[in-house]
Structure formats: structure tokens, C-alpha cells
Design a protein around this ligand. Structure first.
Ligand SMILES: [Zn+2]
Length: 460
């Protein structure tokens, strides 16, 4: 059994494309079959190597590894020519020399009469030897097929005109290359977006003219943005790699994508192996799915919370490098990640939270320091006590804070809040004693002194 993902390299890997890829990949894994990656690069003007790389990077980041390919259509032109010739030889195709002007007049006439604009078959029996090549679509009867998602679909052949399968320069067109590839690559389930469903009856006629057996078809409903329009850039990030950049875990994105148009009861969180186990084409929804950023963010947080520290570290490496955070001096990365795991919605947030442990800063948040750095006495006393502390562990640090509270007869907030700001610079820190332990004794003392300097400078 084989399924495929066949993107055109004319941009980044889109969220919608990634969902199609995930469904096709899952279906192949479930059948213990092969997943084929095919790059449909016949549009030479719009296809770029950068886009090919972007697709490969996106697929690899998501972990949707292909078993075969990537195949490139531009490397298969000889094969397409062979099939076009075969269709010509067997009288299933013909040359058409109609000028653009004639076709335009034809279209206008039909449109004026309120009819569907289609080619009139003018050159069908002329036996010409040059021009574009058109497929001889059957004139009567119906094309009927059972789509795994949409159910039974039937289109009258009168609705379909004689499709151009080769341009006048001999290059093949989309519908021909897809049919030849899916046949040659033994694809038995074609899973793709329902923007392709109008092409399917024409492709089925081509399969039949060539005497090839039909694959199964599953056309996936669209993904909509929050306003009900087709998901696009104006709804936020639509490129898979933008989600990597924004600090999402690939498995969280995959989990979110599989739920766009597929469900299994009320379950929301699925591991990839569970997806493979539970996925069925018949459970794909017919209705379009809506993309919900909030839900994706919630899932990401769930995945961060439950991930192993080692797994988070693997995914953090790119972000740390990207943000130039040097973690070679400072606390063990594992301890910092474990500390931040419960409080980070994204890996970007986590890296922001890590900075205080590895980077010095020379300013405190303006608003917070004006509010919290007023009284030097508690911080001074804490500095004295912590300077004398030998065994720098959270419990001991906590004891010192408590003693400051007792000796000065103040509540925890009076020392806890300013201490948190002194350590973090921006007040974003969790459990203060653990944070101080991780920041380390030297940096803690330095930052307390910096806070005291601030108070001295700002008091009159
Ligand atoms: Zn013609």
C-alpha cells in the first residue's frame, strides 16, 4: 500500500499542506505501507530550490519522513512524453491548433448564452500534427466514483471538455503528470485537499483511457480561519516553520493538525502512535475545519509540561542558538528546563525565562523597580545573610528569607517581590528560592547589590 504527498515548490510548507501530508503519512503507516514524497515542479517559473528545501525542512521538522522519493516531475518528462504519444497513437488524444483568439470568442459566446465555458471539440477529428494535445474525453455517460470522505460523486461527461494534456512546446500539464505519477508510483490511495476534487473526474477518464486501475480517493475539507474564510496569512502564521520559530513542539502541531478534520470521540491529546492506531479515512469530517490558535497554544503547553527534559533540550537547541544564548557558564541546563517546564506555553517563552540564569543584565524593569525598590533594609539584610551562606541550596536560601521577615517583622511580599525583581530584572520568575539557587551565589549577590545601588540612586 502506498500513499503520497505531492506539493508544488512555490512557497513554504503551508499548514494545510502539512495536514494533508500528515493524513497521507498516517494512512501509509497504518497500512504498514510506504509514504511517497513527490515534488510537482513542472511550473518552472514559479518553482524554486528554496521552496523545495523549505518543504523538505518542514517535513523533517514534523518527523513525517518519506519512505520513497523525493521524486521530481521535471526528471520524468520523457515518461510523460511517452504516455502523451501513446494516447495520440491510440486515438485517445489529438492535436488542437485553435488560436487563443478563437478560444476567447468561444468562451465569450458561451458565457453570454449563460452556458459553461468549454472547448467545443473543433479539432477533435481533424488529425492535425501540431499544437497543443487534448485528451479525448468521452462525450456521453457519467464519471462516478466513491470518495472516502465525500461519498459517491457523479459528473456527466458533457460537463467536461477535452483537457489539454501537453502544451504546444510538448511539456505536460498538471492533470496528466499526476495520473502518470500516481500510476507509476503505485499509489493506491490519493489523499489530497478538496481543491483538487474538480480535477478528479478528468483524471479518472485518463486512467480509463490508459487502461490503468483507479486508486482510492480521499479529498480533505478546507481549513478555515477564525472568520470563516479560507486559512491564509491574514489569520496569522500559515507556514509550518513559522510555528517552529514561534516555539511550538512538532508533536503539538501534529496533534493539532490531525484534529483539523478528524476526531476520535472527545479525545484531544494523541501521541503519533495513537494517531496511527486510531486513524480511519471514514472518520474524516466532511465539513471544513476551523483553525484555532488558542487551542494550538494550549496543546503546546500540555506537550511542554509532559515532555522529558531531554526532549525539550533537543528542541530548544535551535532556539538557544537562534537567540544566541550561551549556556556554557551557569547552572545545568537540565535543572533550568525542569524549573521552567510548568510555566512556559512555548519554547520561545522558555528561552526568555532561561536568559536570567545565563546572561547578566544592567537594568531593571522601570515600572516595577519604581514600585518595588523603595526600602533598602530588607535587601541589605538579605545580602548580608546570603553572603555568609555556604551551602547554596533552595531550602537554605528560603530559611534566610524567612529570617529576614522575622527579624524585620515584615511579610514575605516585602522581601520576596523585590528579591524576585533583583534576580530576574523583569519580575518574571517562579519559586524564588529555586530561582536563586539556579542563578548561583555570585550572580545573586551581584544582583542584590545592583538593586541596592538602584535604591541609593533613586532616594532623596
Ligand atoms: Zn482546436
Amino acid at each position: 500500500m502506498k500513499s503520497r504527498f505531492a506539493p508544488s515548490p512555490t512557497g513554504y510548507l503551508h499548514i494545510g499542506g502539512a495536514r494533508t501530508a500528515l493524513f497521507a503519512w498516517t494512512w501509509a503507516k497504518k497500512q504498514k505501507g510506504q509514504f511517497v514524497l513527490r515534488i510537482e515542479d513542472t511550473d518552472r517559473e514559479r518553482s524554486t530550490q528554496a521552496s523545495v528545501d523549505a518543504i523538505l525542512d518542514g517535513m523533517s521538522w514534523l518527523g513525517l519522513e518519506h519512505d520513497e522519493g523525493p521524486f521530481y516531475q521535471t526528471e520524468r518528462f520523457d515518461r510523460y512524453k511517452e504516455i502523451i504519444q501513446q494516447l495520440l497513437d491510440e486515438d485517445n488524444a489529438y492535436y488542437c491548433e485553435c488560436s487563443k483568439e478563437r478560444l476567447q470568442i468561444l468562451r465569450d459566446e458561451l458565457t453570454e448564452k449563460g452556458e459553461k465555458a468549454k472547448y467545443d471539440g473543433c479539432c477533435r477529428d481533424k488529425k492535425l500534427n501540431s499544437g497543443v494535445v487534448r485528451f479525448k474525453n468521452p462525450i456521453a455517460g457519467f464519471v462516478t466514483f466513491k470518495d472516502a470522505v465525500k461519498g459517491s460523486i457523479s459528473i456527466g461527461n458533457q460537463e467536461l471538455d477535452d483537457l489539454i494534456i501537453a502544451r504546444s512546446d510538448g511539456t505536460p500539464t498538471y492533470n496528466l503528470t499526476v495520473v502518470v505519477d500516481d500510476h507509476d508510483m503505485d499509489i493506491d490511495t490519493v489523499i489530497r485537499g478538496d481543491d483538487h476534487i474538480n480535477n478528479t473526474p478528468r483524471q479518472i477518464n485518463l486512467y480509463e483511457a490508459l487502461g490503468w486501475s483507479l486508486p482510492k480517493f480521499a479529498h480533505l475539507p478546507m481549513i478555515l480561519g477564525s472568520d470563516g474564510a479560507r486559512l491564509s496569512k491574514r489569520h496569522g502564521a500559515v507556514s509550518v516553520m513559522a510555528y517552529r520559530d514561534e516555539g511550538f513542539l512538532p508533536e503539538a502541531l501534529l496533534n493539532y493538525l490531525v484534529r483539523l478534520g478528524w476526531s476520535h470521540g472527545d479525545q484531544e491529546v494523541f501521541s503519533l502512535s495513537e494517531i496511527v492506531e486510531l486513524f480511519e479515512l471514514k472518520d474524516i469530517n466532511k465539513a471544513p475545519a476551523s483553525f484555532n490558535q488558542e487551542k494550538l497554544l494550549w496543546l503546546n503547553q500540555e506537550y511542554i509540561k509532559s515532555a522529558s527534559v531531554a526532549h525539550l533540550l533537543e528542541n530548544l537547541a535551535w532556539h538557544l542558538d537562534h537567540q544566541s544564548v550561551d549556556t556554557s557558564t551557569g547552572p545545568a541546563l537540565e535543572s533550568v528546563v525542569a524549573h521552567l517546564q510548568e510555566r512556559s506555553k512555548t519554547l520561545v517563552e522558555m528561552v526568555d525565562g532561561m536568559k536570567m540564569f545565563y546572561q547578566d543584565f544592567d537594568e531593571f524593569d522601570e515600572k516595577l523597580s519604581a514600585k518595588q525598590f523603595k526600602d533598602s533594609q530588607p535587601l541589605e539584610l538579605l545580602l548580608t545573610k546570603l553572603s555568609a551562606l555556604d551551602n547554596w541550596v533552595a531550602d537554605n536560601i528560603k530559611d534566610q528569607i524567612k529570617q529576614v521577615c522575622t527579624e524585620l517583622d515584615i511579610g514575605f511580599g516585602k522581601i520576596g517581590q523585590p528579591f524576585r525583581l533583583a534576580l530576574s530584572g523583569n519580575g518574571n520568575a517562579g519559586n524564588i528560592d529555586i530561582v536563586a539557587q539556579l542563578v548561583g551565589k555570585d550572580r545573586t549577590l551581584k544582583r542584590l547589590q545592583m538593586a541596592l545601588d538602584y535604591i541609593a540612586q533613586h532616594s532623596h
